[in-house]
Write a protein that binds this ligand. Sequence first.
Ligand SMILES: [Zn+2]
Length: 241
Amino acid sequence: MAILTALIVSPDNCRVNIFTDSQTCIQNFHKIFNTYRYRKLLKVKNYHLWFIIKDLIIRKNLTVDLIKVKGHSNDPHNDRADELAKASAKATALIAINTRSFSHSVVTAKWADKFTIFQDFRKWMQIPLNVSLYNTYINNDSIYNLAPAIKESRINWSLTHKLFKRTPHLRHDKLTRIFSYRIKNINHSLPHGDLKHKHYPKLYTDPNTWCPLCNLYEDTNCHRSICTGFNSEIISILRKF
Ligand SMILES: [Zn+2]
């Protein structure tokens, strides 16, 4: 954005030297001028801005050189630029760009008609998709008793992820079985008492099935994770991390 602003105010037919501490900026600048494959250009972050910059340079016949300076090295101009960038990152007033004036774009994607998506569309789509997946998961009936813990951030996800991914070196079929067990475990769909009663009411006629390990609580998927009978097993797994 700073480069764009600087180029807008530059007079025509002149040489512009831009000093920046961002290597990515310099790389993207060269990428925009030297890549001819449109699909590749769309993967550059803020490619819309870069397209306008390219347009401006051609239209105003500018010669632009980007020069790398070291960041945070007491360069007064670089420090000032840093300050301004930080301040505007926090600013609530957004700058709207009229995407209709782009000569390079065939189409521009918009989210809920509110803002234009200025990055690789496929990558960006992961954000709403993840939110939707999370929503489906948290509203799943089978984990209703876990949902409050998830919402209150009481689950250590990085540890859960490690535990989930941690596998001994096994043959593929055995590995599949382990993964299937773990997936059923976190989704509360293991064949414990609760599901047995639900699916085979005629077979399991007792109103309650007691946990075979502790014999203190009902045998349910929810109890499976907190049963004291598993304590030693859980502790031995945790020690491995
Ligand atoms: Zn138990």
